[in-house]
Design a protein. Structure first.
Length: 133
């Protein structure tokens, strides 16, 4: 596993893109809609790790709910895995709770699954695997 990206929930995507571009001295390289999560994502590269900005498209979507409870900020940490199905089986067997036991298509051409924060010391963890073309 390696750290793949840090997901940050934002209220205003354009303002946040500008701030992170200035802060990190890099440019947004990709913007993508993820209908399954009701978000628009925006990616910036910081060496071997990425920052994913997440803006809700739905006032009742998961990112909007997160922001209304906790405010904008770090939403999740994502780790890249080689075999997401094997990792799901391994983690369930070890007693970790997953938000969903089946991977779904996420941003950046990745299959994704989230571990519930109640079993990971309060941190929402995403596992992701690149979809082979």
């Amino acid at each position: 596993m390696k750290l793949e990206h840090i997901g940050i929930a934002v209220k205003d995507l354009k303002k946040s893109e500008k701030m992170y571009e200035e802060l990190l001295r890099t440019s947004v390289y990709k913007r993508e809609e993820v209908p399954s999560e009701s978000v628009i994502t925006s990616f910036l590269s910081t060496g071997s790790t990425k920052i994913e900005l997440l803006a809700s498209q739905d006032p009742d979507g998961p990112i909007a709910r997160f922001i209304s409870k906790r405010g904008p900020g770090i939403h999740h940490i994502a780790f890249e895995v080689n075999d997401i199905e094997m990792e799901i089986d391994r983690l369930v067997e070890q007693g970790y709770q997953l938000i969903s036991t089946k991977p779904k298509l996420g941003a950046d051409n990745k299959k994704i699954v989230f571990l519930h924060p109640s079993s990971t010391n309060g941190v929402l963890i995403e596992l992701c695997q690149e979809v082979k073309k």
